[in-house]
Design a protein around this ligand. Structure first.
Ligand code: TXA
Ligand code: MG
Length: 316
C-alpha cells in the first residue's frame, strides 16, 4: 500500500476514503472493523492483503439498515424475525446471497451465502448510509492476532498504515455472534456478543452449533486465533510468581501484573475488557498470562471460546 492518508476527522471524510476504493478502519459496538466498499473488488482485495488473511474466508457486509441488507440477501421469515429482534446489534446473519446485487465475489469468497450485519454504533451506521453501499469489514487486526477495541489498538496493529475513524472504545468488546439460517435450521457458527440464550429465548428452542470442522468455517473457528504473543494458561487459580494474571471477580494477591476483567464478576464488563486487557498484559512483557476461571454461561460462552483459541498451540 501507499503511505496512508491521515485519519479521517468526520464520517464524511471516512466515506470519501471508502468511496474512492481505499480502506478505512471504523468503530462498531463489537470491535473495530477494517472497512472497504463491499461492491468494489479492488478495495476488498486490500483488506485481505492488509490483514494477511487466507483468501477463502468470507467477510461480513455491514449494512445501514434492513432495507440495504435485503438488497443483498434473501431473508426467510425466520431470518427476518432474528433481524427484527436483534438489529441493529452484534448479530451476523448468514443467508442466501442475491447473486446479481453487485457484492464483490471476494466478500463472499465464492459462497452462495452472505454474512450481513446492521451494527448499532451510530458512527458506523452513518458511515455506511453515507457511502450508500455495504461496507465489508473483518476485525481490524492482522490475521490471528487480538481484535482491536480502541482506535489506538488499530494504529498499533498496522503501525499507523491504516486510517482510523475514531469512534471511542467498543461497547461490547467481542465480535458479533454469527448465525446461519438454512431452510428451517438455525446454526450458531461463532459465539459472540449476543448470548446464544437470547436467540434461543426468542425462537423458543435450542439452536444447533456448528461442528468444529464444518465446511463453512469462520476464521474465528480456526483453532489458534485471537492470539497474544505471551503463552496463555486457562482456569488458573494459583498463578506462578512473575506470570501476568487476568482475573475475574475478587482478585487474590499475586506477585506480578494483574488486571481484572470485572471486579464485580459481570460478564458484560468482562467481554468489553477482554481483548484490551489481554493486549495490556501482553505489553507488560510477561512470558505467560494466567487466566482465572470464568463462568461458561451467557456471554461467558464467547469469552471462553476466545480464550481457548488464544491459548491453542500456534502454527504461524
Ligand atoms: O463483530 C464483528 O463481527 C466484527 C465487526 C467488525 O463487525 N467483524 C468480524 O469479522 O469479526 P471477521 O472477518 O473477523 O469475522 C467474520 C466471520 C468470519 O469468520 C467469516 O468466516 C464469517 O464471518 N462469515 C462471513 N460470511 C460468511 C458466510 N457466507 N458463511 C459463513 N461464514 C461467514
Ligand atoms: Mg477477526
Amino acid at each position: 500500500m501507499n503511505s496512508a492518508p491521515a485519519d479521517p476527522q468526520t464520517v464524511a471524510d471516512a466515506a470519501a476514503l471508502l468511496q474512492r476504493g481505499d480502506l478505512c478502519a471504523f468503530a462498531t459496538e463489537t470491535v473495530y472493523g477494517l472497512g472497504a466498499d463491499a461492491t468494489n473488488s479492488g478495495a476488498v482485495l486490500k483488506i485481505y492483503e492488509t490483514k494477511g488473511r487466507p483468501r477463502f474466508n468470507p467477510l461480513i457486509s455491514h449494512c445501514a439498515d434492513m432495507e440495504m441488507a435485503e438488497r443483498f440477501g434473501n431473508f426467510s421469515p425466520l431470518a427476518r424475525r432474528l433481524a427484527d429482534a436483534f438489529w441493529p446489534g452484534p448479530l451476523t446473519l448468514v443467508v442466501p446471497l442475491k447473486p446479481d446485487a453487485g457484492l464483490s465475489d471476494l466478500v463472499t469468497a465464492g459462497l452462495d451465502t452472505v454474512g450481513l450485519r446492521v451494527p448499532a454504533h451510530p458512527m458506523a451506521r452513518d458511515l455506511i448510509a453515507t457511502l450508500g453501499r455495504p461496507v465489508a469489514a473483518p476485525s481490524a487486526n492482522p490475521s490471528g492476532k487480538l481484535s482491536p477495541t480502541t482506535a489506538s489498538h488499530v494504529r498499533a496493529a498496522f503501525s499507523g498504515a491504516v486510517p482510523v475513524l475514531d469512534g471511542g472504545p467498543c461497547q461490547n468488546g467481542l465480535e458479533s455472534t454469527i448465525i446461519a439460517i438454512v431452510g428451517d435450521t438455525v446454526t450458531q457458527l461463532r459465539a459472540g456478543a449476543l448470548a446464544r440464550e437470547d436467540v434461543e429465548a426468542l425462537l423458543g428452542h435450542p439452536i444447533a452449533l456448528a461442528a468444529p470442522n464444518a465446511a463453512i468455517t469462520a476464521p474465528g473457528m480456526l483453532k489458534s486465533h485471537y492470539a497474544p504473543n505471551a503463552a496463555l494458561r486457562l482456569e488458573v487459580t494459583a498463578p506462578e510468581p512473575g506470570e501476568a494474571y487476568l482475573v475475574f471477580g475478587p482478585a487474590p494477591a499475586h506477585d506480578g501484573p494483574v488486571l481484572n476483567l470485572s471486579a464485580s464478576a459481570d460478564l458484560r464488563e468482562a467481554a468489553q475488557n477482554l481483548f484490551s486487557h489481554l493486549a495490556r498484559l501482553d505489553a507488560s512483557g510477561a512470558k505467560s498470562i494466567a487466566v482465572a476461571p470464568i463462568p461458561h454461561t451467557g456471554l461467558g460462552e464467547a469469552i471462553n471460546d476466545r480464550l481457548e483459541r488464544a491459548a491453542a498451540p500456534r502454527n504461524r
